[in-house]
Design a protein around this ligand. Sequence first.
Ligand SMILES: Cc1cc2nc3c(=O)[nH]c(=O)nc-3n(C[C@H](O)[C@H](O)[C@H](O)COP(=O)(O)OP(=O)(O)OC[C@H]3O[C@@H](n4cnc5c(N)ncnc54)[C@H](O)[C@@H]3O)c2cc1C
Length: 523
Amino acid sequence: MPEENVDVLIVGSGHSGGMVAKILTEKGISCVMLNAGPIVDYQKDRELKPAHELPYRGFKMPGRLPHVFQANEFNANTWVDEKEVPYTFNQDQPYNWVRVRLFGGRSLFWARQSFRLSNYEFKAKDHDGFGTNWPIDLSDLAPYYSRVEGIFRVSGHPDGLPQYPDGNFVVDDSPWSGSMQRFIAAGKKMNVPVCKPRSAMGRDGLASSINLLLPDAFATGKLTAVPNVVVREITVDKNTGLANGANFVDRHSRREMSVKAKVVVLAAGCLESTRLLLNSKLANSSGVLGHYLIDNIYGPGVVCSVPEARDGKATADLMGGGALIPRFRNINTKAPNFIRGYALNVWSSDRPMDSRNFAAYGVELQKKLDSYYGSGFSMSMMGEVLSRYENHVSIDKNVVDAWEIPVLHVDAKYSDNEFNMSRDAVDTGVAMAEAAGFEVLSKNYEPNPPGYSIHELGTSRMGDDPKTSVLNKWNQSHDIKNLYVVDASSFVSGGWQNPTMTILSLSMRASEHLAEQMRQGNV
Ligand SMILES: Cc1cc2nc3c(=O)[nH]c(=O)nc-3n(C[C@H](O)[C@H](O)[C@H](O)COP(=O)(O)OP(=O)(O)OC[C@H]3O[C@@H](n4cnc5c(N)ncnc54)[C@H](O)[C@@H]3O)c2cc1C
């Protein structure tokens, strides 16, 4: 790519980068988007190889991805190769960093659970005194959530719960299955709400930046996208101190290049944007860049069986469907040994059950599997991880990636608050299942390692005070006014919610702020 001057340089093509490109180009602003990985043909490249062509017939974890528990032999080409782009951590504190560098980023593969944060998250400190409030609240973001939900076609049911804010939904009025109705009734007696899940339907089975955001940007003629280039560092004009572009490297040829821009927007995903800023030694007058790493606790859960559905006796309306138990702890009452809260994903299944739920082998195991077929009912926790200074990332001075770019060292662990919350989630799930008359087959109190949820957040947090935050409430660097960071690194607390609706809404809001600042000549 020739060296040239553009209005805005966007690093990253996922949900956050796609939204910036759409908003800015629709306002007539020219953008160049650099992305570390290739463009994919979403239909063709997803064709699965037959199992007999795979070395382990699809049963083994592929190599080079030891920390991507979601990886298998079929989807191995999806994830970032950990040998090519390593990261480090202390051996007793493993971290699962799950990355996608394809054009479109993780928006190609996300599970599409779509929630708003509530003021129990934005103003969490007001409720329990811990941590820091966001500099914005739900009323600031609600108009943007509504627009994003419209673009992503979020299905859901308005429930009127302050901790589970309603949105601009394609209303889900589908009937509950019989097993769900029993579970809901059990929840009512225990004051635990059981609600419809909320999910982005997108279009044609895809709710990504490549089909919902970037086509609008390309249609303006104002977007140039460059795949297969890895940004090495953000550059700065020594006279003004302002960002003026980036140095980057061609992934294949390793040719070094640069681009000049009036504004730089980082949308490389929370940890990659933070890595870029740390490697560029920018935007860190506060000293908090890289700190307050958050994710969600995943792993604890309960697997049950609905006795009436066993041995092929399920009636047509007994099994099936999903539900969500939104946070209910520490809303009107106070849990004894943890603050904040968790949600539970709930599924009623008419499919085969996992053999790991039965302590049996051979013929006996097969009998169990046949008998329990189509009777599964399970719950899985999504819990809030507290935002703590000591959970952080830094540059590992001894390790570089395939393009000689220093990698991240991740230092994160859960505290008693997260472990106590996990215990409560599983015990509550068991109590509800038993009250509904289900048989509990297995329960797991043990969270997966930090990072597993694929919800990295918080490492360049926003705030009003430049001494304690990296970005202002518009996702704009306190230190460098023409530098914006629009991914989840701006989060101040994470709540139990999957973050992408919030990422998209913040990115949309930041982009409109940036466009207005550019119009006024302020950046
Ligand atoms: C399997 C799976 C299930 C998920 N389920 C849900 C869910 O149900 N609900 C939910 O809310 N969220 C979910 N998520 C998380 C969700 O996908 C992310 O929160 C969201 O997509 C993040 O978007 P992003 O644009 O910030 O980052 P990304 O999607 O990571 O995009 C970043 C882009 O930046 C590029 N990049 C990185 N570094 C560089 C560099 N140095 N130079 C150039 N380019 C670079 C990458 O190539 C990438 O394309 C899930 C994720 C996965 C993988």
